[in-house]
Write a protein that binds this ligand. Sequence first.
Ligand code: IPM
Ligand code: MG
Length: 361
Amino acid sequence: MTQTVLLLPGDGIGPEVVWQARRVLEAVDARHDLDLQFTEGDIGGIAVERSGQAYPAATRALANEADAILLGAVGGPQWDDLPAQERPERGLLAIRADLDLFCNLRPALLFPDLIGASSLRAELVSGLDVLIVRELTGGIYFGEPRGVVTREDGIREGFNTDRYDEVEIRRIGRLAFEAAQKRSGRLCSVDKANVLEVTMLWREVMEALSSEYPDVTLSHMYVDNAAMQLVRDPNQFDVLVTGNLFGDILSDIAAMLTGSIGMLPSASLNAQGTGLYEPVHGSAPDIAGDDSANPLATILSAAMLLRFSLDAPEAANEIESAVAVVLEAGFRTADIAERHSPASLIGTQAMGDAVIAALTD
Ligand code: IPM
Ligand code: MG
């Protein structure tokens, strides 16, 4: 049966890295008979340019039909002056909301060969394997009211609303507990319950859920401490669960521990298992078109796509193993190249070639 993968390359380096991931998917398709069919749509700045909308109706229609979606990145300086409502990033938020992709999985896994590229000392990050479960369709990103108004005194005021209801907290909590069950059984819920009421409720709901998962040890941590602990002793964590804004910030920190944000994949899932897969990094406009971006985060996102949305775990494993082989062989894009190391520095396309060659080894 044909499985449709919608490609949304987006802006900046998005098209280059998605192209490499597509080539890798085609190569595993040939080996595993997955019968993949690719469609392509616009999102973000390119969509604003072409149709005036960051998440156009045509893309929406394709997204609702697809079995899985692979996205590159959105945004760039040329759109920085647009009003908030029209910015490319709104396209990403719109597709997350439209498909109800509330569960964002961001694994931070250190490939042993990249230990020297980590921003922390080797003994602190050795063996790092942390999963961040980020709530993605609620919290301050979506809360109303929001806006910038001019008050009666003539002073402008900006405001957003951080809000979660208990149903939203419970559904992300359950997925985080289940993820912890499949791993080492430790779940740390991150909040700011010493100050913010919305996260007092978050903590209460997580605590109540924990009685249903006796095999998981639940702990709580304030977000400021969690940020500190991630750079002090990241191996204390297994699964972290947190809200939208804290998850955005903590996942960038976790990314750097693995050597580069160019290594981190992500999956955004809804209750039906439809998923949108994207690298955690952004559009990197400064290097767009240079054939120097690291495509591995997108290639690893394609592996997650195969595992979570297309039920093809062997094909997913094969891609992840190929990435490990390529790194072990010393191939590096600029972001993961260590100074003074003999590793061979290669571009985006050559990294895609290397992964494909490792698949067919
Ligand atoms: C991410 C990004 C997005 C977010 C932006 C581009 C809207 O930083 O996926 O982490 O804040 O969620
Ligand atoms: Mg982010």
